[in-house]
Write a protein that binds this ligand. Sequence first.
Ligand code: ATP
Length: 371
Amino acid sequence: MSDALTGSSDSQPILSVSNLAVSFRTARGLLRAVRGVDFELKRGSTLAIVGESGSGKSATARTIMGLGGSQQQIDSGHIYFHNTDAADDQPIDLLTLSRKKLISDICGQKIAMIFQDPMSTLNPTMSIGRQIVEAIRKHQRLNRKASRELALQLLEEVGIRQAAHTYKQYPHQLSGGMRQRIVIAIALACNPQILICDEPTTALDVTIQARILELIARIQREKNLSVIYITHDFGVVARVADEVAIMYAGQLVEKGTADDIFYHPVHPYTCALLSCVPDAGIDSNHLYSIPGIPPDLVQPISGDAFAPRNEYALNIDFEQEPPEYRISDTHTVRSWLLHEEAPKLDVHPILAQRLRQMQARVMDTSTHQQV
Ligand SMILES: Nc1ncnc2c1ncn2[C@@H]1O[C@H](COP(=O)(O)OP(=O)(O)OP(=O)(O)O)[C@@H](O)[C@H]1O
């Protein structure tokens, strides 16, 4: 769906995450933020991880980056990085590396991350130029003059017209969109193979959001980057994603290509999320919101975590966790609805109508991209 923005990708994985489980020690007890997650990021492609707030998207991304913090514990799993620069083609399990080695050799080098709030990355007291030069010199052996030239080149690459002027400015003198461009320039300073974007455009207005997404897509094409987007915004997903993973209560409940997810969603949570997307053309009687709230991840979860909010829940949903069913080579779903003995359900008419409208909008977005 997103080939117009991202270009096509080959199917070799650059990152393979398997059975990843992550908890946080809290005053109330252990909070199970990520509960057995598997996914692959293919080289040169874009994966969007989508879900409501608190579903574990950032915890997953931060674990990959070694940024989990002191309260985090890894309960299980592997995160294999298939380094294209390595002499051998043996993947490295990032979870076996010391934090020091992870930070010095991989994160910020081979894998870079950008966040929703650029100010969390930028130093308000340092000029833009100095910050980019520092990032360059951390990763590459270049003298001061060459670093400055590369910094100016990076500023131009991220679409900053008066690079020499911006080089001397400070973060507070720039708009939100410009700051996010600087953060992208800093991320690119290490020449990464993977870019993880955690809600990179949420704080920006729609026009600037589109420009930043286009910028990331252009850089991705030029540098054959593999990209993970963390988002709750299906508008962003429709524009950028080759593959989509839907996250709920620490698990990936549905995974597929963007077409699988937008045109053939199966999990009731995916359908509900798609139906909640606000649209100016929808009258308020046809708006859908998911009833209830996500589970407390400190408490044990029995059965399917989405069952209490799912109007199609079966008895077994409250008792046993569903296995992952494979619908096609690209599409998997964790739901008892896929069991051969499960009843065939009619989708709620409002939900069905919202899904059709969402699909029409997605088609519209894809057509516009190709212009
Ligand atoms: N450092 C931490 N200490 C304790 N709990 C944490 C910590 N970081 C995250 N959590 C908890 O882990 C769960 C998953 O959080 P996470 O930030 O990964 O969700 P998310 O899907 O990225 O949501 P959002 O879009 O709001 O960032 C939440 O219940 C959150 O409160």
